[in-house]
Design a binder for this molecule. Structure first.
Ligand SMILES: *Cc1c(COP(=O)(O)O)cnc(C)c1O
Length: 428
């Protein structure tokens, strides 16, 4: 093969740099198999009962896992749920939200970070994000605050904490709850503290895509005893137990079944012991990318705010089409053609979902936007969050490094593919 053939881009018919399939990341081991078997042999796959008594809080595996999680993360209360979507719904209910109240959310996240608000008849109000960290921009948040605002729900997107000190200052100044969705950032730190634990209420996902998993599952964390109590109620059929428990404030005591099973909890205990290692390897991979990609023109690498530890759920970059002379989508396709299987060129613009643009959620009549005494209808749709829109349409390029094992040789292959694509772009 001649040099020109070797360097011909795969997207133009040349030979791809990577001609093998990346191995998916495997987080399960013998310990998890043993733990699951132990629960199966016990015959008790869930210890929960939806009535007053010790079983209201779940079985032994659930309770042990919650204690371990609380101790690892340094919080008073860790409460397991059957998904983090469930956890988000419980979190919004537990802050005593009222129909028509507003919660400031980010457009750049998984959809549950915004829809959790709707489930209580409350209104998500989108604020734009910071173009460098992709997390909520505190200035945009402040502009979105109205007399109906009750909470800010920050998302530690891609594995780095949102600007929690600026958001805390806003929350304190305006008397708002500060909530955190740290689904993608277990083990990330702000100074010495773990991301997710600096908000009033935070939490994590244990779905199969995350750093550690139980298949489905989530954990909510808080130091507020009343919030913790209300989350435990909402998790387990609140309405049935308020009277026997002597609870008179029954606002939002409309329960669900958000209970985690014993098998998942037993596996979760094993997974928690693997968290540090999972995070360390993602950080190593990110350091290799930082090193190998830093010279490429028109490519902005992830920026880590001072004092933060990033856990790289996604290695998230921006391309500059004006510098490159090609579009982001072309770059992504060229990299995919070279065999880079973890390329992402789209993430989210939640304010543009049909649910928000058309304001149709519960039924066809506009609920919950038409609930209560709303004076101003929030706007959704194109133009509301220009930074997030530009990222989604033109700039965002990610490497989904949590999904794959990515041994060093694959990381080198990815770097070679970038070099090859950039050599072509630079040489035109
Ligand atoms: C995964 C994820 C969720 C939802 O978690 P589930 O456990 O799948 O319900 C919410 N928010 C973000 C940012 C996520 O990445």
């Amino acid at each position: 093969m001649s040099a020109s053939q070797a360097s011909e881009l795969a997207i133009h018919g040349g030979k791809p740099v990577i001609d093998w399939e990346f191995a998916p990341r495997v987080t399960m081991g013998e310990e998890e198999a043993e733990a699951a078997a132990r629960v199966v042999r016990s015959g008790v796959l869930s210890g929960f009962q939806g009535s007053v008594g010790p079983d209201f809080l779940g079985g032994p595996e659930v309770r042990r896992f919650e204690e371990e999680w609380a101790s690892y993360f340094g919080v008073q209360h860790a409460i397991t749920v059957n998904s983090w979507t469930s956890g988000l719904i419980a979190m919004i209910g537990a802050i005593q939200i009222e129909p028509g109240d507003e919660v400031i959310v980010t457009p750049w996240s998984m959809c549950a970070s915004a829809t959790c608000v709707l489930h209580w008849g409350a209104i998500p109000v989108f604020a734009d994000i910071d173009p460098i960290t992709f997390c909520l921009d505190p200035e945009a948040v402040e502009k979105a605050i109205t007399p109906r605002t009750r909470a800010i729900l920050a998302v530690d997107i891609f594995g780095q904490s949102a600007d929690i000190s600026a958001l805390r200052a806003l929350a304190d100044r305006y008397g708002l709850w500060l909530l955190s969705d740290s689904a993608q950032a277990p083990g990330a730190r702000v100074g010495a503290r773990f991301a997710g634990t600096l908000a009033d209420v935070g939490g994590f996902s244990l779905n199969r895509h995350k750093h550690i998993q139980t298949g489905e599952g989530g954990v909510l964390v808080t130091d507020h005893p009343e919030v913790a109590q209300r989350v435990r109620m909402i998790r387990n059929h609140a309405e049935a137990v308020v009277a026997p428990m002597g609870i008179s404030d029954i606002r939002n005591m409309v329960g669900f079944n958000f209970r985690l099973g014993e098998i998942e909890a037993a596996i979760g205990s094993c997974q928690l012991r693997r968290l540090h290692e999972a995070v360390q390897r993602r950080r190593e991979i990110a350091a290799l990318f930082d090193n190998g990609l830093s010279g490429l023109a028109g490519l902005t690498l992830p920026a880590v705010a001072l004092g933060n530890t990033h856990v790289y759920y996604i290695y998230a970059m921006r391309v500059d089409p004006a510098v490159l002379g090609v579009s982001r989508d072309w770059v992504a396709d060229a990299l995919r053609a070279e065999g880079v299987q973890c390329v992402a060129s789209s993430y989210a613009n939640l304010h543009r979902l049909p649910m928000f643009e058309r304001k149709i959620a519960f039924g066809s009549g506009g609920a919950p936007w038409n609930t209560g005494t709303r004076s101003v209808d929030p706007e959704y749709g194109l133009g509301l969050c220009p930074v997030a829109e530009d990222l989604e349409e033109n700039l965002y390029l990610g490497l989904e490094i949590c999904d794959f094992e990515l041994p060093d040789n694959e990381v080198r292959g990815i770097l070679t593919a970038f070099d090859k694509v950039w050599a072509y772009v630079d040489g035109r």
